[in-house]
Design a protein. Sequence first.
Length: 310
Amino acid sequence: MSGAIPKEISQLQSLEFLHLDQNQLSGEIPKELSQLQSLQVLSIAQNQLSGEISKELSQLQSLKALDLCQNQLSGAIPKELGQLQSLQVLYLARNQLSGEIPKELGQLQSLQELHFAWNHLQGDLKEIAFNNTNLRSLDLSFNLLKGELVMGLPLVELEELDLSHNQLVGGIWKLIEPLCATSPAGMSLQHLRLNHNKLSGELPPWLMQLKNLQLLALNNNYFSGAIPEVQAPELVVLALHKNAFTGLLPKGLEDLEHLGVLTLHENMLVGAIPQLSLTTPCMDNPRFTLWAFGCSLLCSRFTCNHWKNS
């Protein structure tokens, strides 16, 4: 389908789900959609929509999922979206959005997934405070965020955190300490991507001890010192290349039964290489999709996961 989204859709007052994904729709998102008070899911991803995101969408108080990713939307993210108290999923990735992430979004108590990757968002990371314990997936990668790795973020239920490809500086301790203080060696964290920043310093020992951790990407930073002993039993991908690590490789690498991808090049490591199994390659593991190889190796799910009613 092509052309503009008809304003007349707003007359469907009983409409609960509106999916217009993967078409060639263009023009702006009609403000009239705000009249659909029964709407629970609005998904217009992978089109050619342009203009700014209408603040009138904040009137959709029944909305649980808003997916506008992979369009040509520009301008700032409306702070009024922070009024959507029923919102569980917010996908705005792969647009041309700019400005800072509104603090009001951090007050959405029902929010579980927030993906803003591949935009032009700016601001200091420590100014982004999420005051809810339900957040499971946070993706702010490929933006222009700066500052130290400090977040007012309860990490209890967080499964995926992607802050890669930004301009973050400093160490990793201030992010990891609250995590381990809440639930040492446990947590729900499975995927942690901090690659392609300007992070430095040594790694905390407990970072490699998270029992649910499957993917850890710290490559293309300025981390130094020895690599801590690895005791994360579920680890599949460990990307540490292009840093300043020194010393011997951890002996615990030999005990990782699920390890499929290990990148260590362009460091200053010495000694013998442990006997690695590498018996579960990423490409054969149903938990990951291999989409790039070489220096930019990453294993990831598609950025714009689509809301599925369950």
